[in-house]
Design a protein around this ligand. Structure first.
Ligand SMILES: Nc1ncnc2c1ncn2[C@@H]1O[C@H](COP(=O)(O)OP(=O)(O)OP(=O)(O)O)[C@@H](O)[C@H]1O
Ligand SMILES: [Mg+2]
Length: 325
C-alpha cells in the first residue's frame, strides 16, 4: 500500500492586473501555474528526492501535501484517504503523522521558546501525554537529534548556531514519531561544513524510525546520497521520475540531462561539456501550450510546441515527460 498518492495536483495563483494595466484596458488577471498536474506515489519508508530549479513548484507541492494550503485541483491521498475530506479528528492525526522540516532554522523556531518548549510543544498540543511523559519524550528526542538535553534544553534559538537550530527543527518534527517527513531544503541555509552531519542524522533517523521522506534539494549530490527515487520538476510539472541512480547516470529528459551535466566534478582534467540548455530560467506565468521546456530545449520538435507530453514509463519504474521517447 502506498503511504502517499498525489494525483493531478494543481496549485494556481492569480495575479491581479496593475491599476495602470486596468486603465489602459484589456489587462486580465494572469495565472501563475506553480504546480500544474503533478502525480506520483510513495511507498512506506521510502525517501523521495525532489530537484528542479528555483520556482518550479517544489515548496508549493510540499505545502499542499502538508495540508497547509488547499490545492486548486487534484487529490492527495494519505494511506488511501483523501486529505481534503478528513474529519477534524483525522486532520489532528494527519498533523501528528506528517511533519515538515523547514529550510530556514532562523525563521521557523519561535524565538521566545526554549529548546525544551519548542520540542515539547507538539506533544502538549497533539497528544494526551502527562507532564513526566512529555519531559521524557522531549529529552529523548533532543538527544536523538544530537544535542545534550542538559546543556541545550534551556537555551533560546538565538543562543545556538545554525546547525544546532536545525537539529532542534529536526527534533521538533520527529518528536511525534511521524510517518511522513517533508524536508524542504533543510540544509541550504547551513554551512557546508555542518551539512554532512545533519544529512547523516536525517538518513540515520529515517532508517531507525522508518518514516517516509520527501526530500527537496537543489543539490543533486545530496539527493543521490539520500534518496531512493528522484523526481525532477520543471515549471510546475514532473519531467522525470525514477530510481535515483538511474536518473543520475542515464537521464532521458533534456532538462534532466542539463541539470545533471551542471553538477561540478572534482577532476582538474575534466572539460565541462557544452551546456545542453539555452535561455534563462522561465516563469510559470501563463505558460505556453505544449511542453514547458520547449523554449530552452535544444532538441525541440514541432509537436512540443502544441502538445504537452504526458509522464510516460520508458523503463520499469522510470518515467519521462518528453516527446523524444
Ligand atoms: N503565494 C503565492 N502567490 C503567488 N505566487 C506564488 C506564491 N507562492 C509561490 N508562488 C510562485 O509559484 C512558483 C513556485 O514557487 P515555489 O516556492 O513552489 O518554488 P520552489 O521550487 O520551491 O523554488 P525554490 O527552489 O526557490 O525554493 C514561483 O513562481 C513562485 O513565484
Ligand atoms: Mg522552495
Amino acid at each position: 500500500m502506498a503511504i502517499l498518492e498525489v494525483s493531478d495536483l494543481k496549485q494556481y495563483f492569480y495575479l491581479q492586473p496593475t491599476f495602470l494595466g486596468k486603465l489602459v484596458g484589456g489587462a486580465k488577471p494572469r495565472i501563475i501555474k506553480a504546480v500544474d498536474g503533478v502525480s506520483f506515489s510513495m511507498q512506506h519508508g521510502e525517501i523521495l528526492g525532489v530537484a528542479g530549479e528555483s520556482g518550479c513548484g517544489k515548496s508549493t507541492c510540499c505545502l499542499a501535501i502538508a495540508k497547509l494550503r488547499e490545492p486548486t485541483d487534484g487529490t492527495i491521498r494519505y494511506k488511501e484517504q483523501n486529505i481534503s475530506e478528513m474529519s477534524k479528528g483525522e486532520i489532528r492525526n494527519y498533523r501528528r503523522e506528517v511533519q515538515l522540516i523547514f529550510q530556514d532554522p532562523y525563521e521557523s523556531l519561535n524565538p521566545r521558546y526554549t529548546v525544551f518548549d519548542l520540542v515539547a510543544e507538539p506533544l502538549r498540543a497533539l497528544t494526551d501525554k502527562n507532564k513526566t511523559e512529555v519531559r521524557e519524550r522531549a529529552h529523548e528526542t533532543i538527544a536523538m537529534a544530537g544535542l545534550t538535553p542538559e546543556e541545550y534544553k534551556n537555551r533560546y534559538p538565538h543562543q545556538m548556531s545554525g546547525g544546532e537550530r536545525q537539529r532542534v527543527g529536526i527534533a521538533q518534527a520527529l518528536v511525534l514519531e511521524p510517518k511522513l517527513v517533508i524536508a524542504d531544503e533543510p540544509l541550504s541555509m547551513l554551512d557546508v561544513s555542518i551539512r554532512a552531519g545533519i544529512l547523516d542524522l536525517i538518513r540515520d533517523l529515517s532508517e531507525r524510525m522508518n518514516f517516509s521522506c520527501i526530500y527537496v534539494s537543489h543539490d543533486l549530490s545530496i539527493l543521490s546520497n539520500i534518496s531512493e527515487r528522484l523526481m525532477i520538476m520543471y515549471l510546475g510539472r514532473i519531467m522525470e521520475l525514477g530510481i535515483t541512480k538511474e536518473v543520475i547516470t542515464e537521464p532521458y529528459h533534456p532538462y534532466a540531462q542539463a541539470l545533471i551535466a551542471a553538477v561540478p566534478i572534482p577532476d582538474p582534467a575534466y572539460k565541462r561539456p557544452i551546456p545542453k540548455i539555452k535561455g534563462e530560467v522561465a516563469q510559470p506565468i501563463d505558460p505556453p501550450p505544449g511542453c514547458r521546456f520547449q523554449t530552452r530545449c535544444l532538441q525541440v520538435m514541432d509537436i512540443c510546441r502544441g502538445t504537452e507530453p504526458p509522464l510516460k514509463e520508458v523503463k520499469p519504474g522510470h518515467s519521462v515527460a518528453c516527446h523524444l521517447y
